[in-house]
Design a protein. Structure first.
Ligand code: SAH
Length: 196
């Protein structure tokens, strides 16, 4: 098939936590992503003070970048280590509080209030808890989702965005028979059927 042997591959949350513990985080880039710089105008569309969502955020430096531009950033990340490293890497003071709706989840918020990172699985979030977003930066997110969870992920994302939102999605193109992923290969035809 189009995605070859990747269809049944599963990376567990435990494995993601281990990657962070082992420092096995080749996906993390210290430099802001060139495609976000290139398509920033598409994301913002002339608007200011947006609510921007970072699914599966890791410690993406673009969160700091967009917050510094005056936007409100919300991320979700299963690794507490990643979330804490984000704040310490940027010397940002933060506070943490439990999320009453999700058992075991915590929300880490910069003291300035414009960056809120939920430490839980993205599948535990809903728009009734986090509201809706004007923009999404999806890099290392859809392509990190297990192929069997893609439909669920896309439905959730569609539910989390406002009608006039912009969604920037970065995928990677390669032969899925030569690498087991993640990042997984998500063909364009599948993106169309997932997001319409
Ligand atoms: N978007 C980030 C990180 C990409 S790697 C960047 O651009 O650097 C994918 C991240 O998703 C990892 O940090 C992993 O810990 C996290 N993750 C994996 N499954 C998750 C889930 N179900 N919910 C929330 N985070 C998850």
């Amino acid at each position: 098939s189009d995605i070859g042997s990747q269809k049944d591959r599963v990376v567990t949350e435990e494995e993601w936590l281990q990657k962070w513990e082992m420092g096995n985080i080749g996906f993390h880039k210290e430099q802001g992503h060139p495609l976000l710089q290139k398509y920033l105008d598409v994301l913002l569309n002339g608007r200011s003070g947006l609510r921007i969502f970072f699914p599966l955020c890791g410690k993406a430096v673009e969160m700091k970048w967009l917050a510094d531009m005056g936007h409100n950033v919300v991320g979700v990340e299963v690794s507490e280590q990643a979330v804490k490293e984000f704040f310490s890497d940027h010397s940002l003071p933060y506070c943490e509080e439990p999320v009453p709706e999700i058992s075991g989840a915590k929300m880490f918020q910069s003291t300035s209030g414009n960056i809120s990172l939920y430490c839980c699985s993205i599948y535990d979030l809903s728009s009734s808890m986090v509201g809706k977003f004007d923009g999404v930066w999806d890099r290392g997110a859809l392509v990190a989702v297990n192929p069997c969870d893609r439909q669920r992920y896309a439905s959730l994302m569609i539910n989390l965005v406002e009608k006039n939102s912009s969604y920037l999605l970065v995928t990677v193109s390669y032969d899925p028979n030569k690498h087991k992923g993640p990042p997984f290969y998500v063909p364009e035809s599948e993106i169309k059927s997932l997001f319409g």
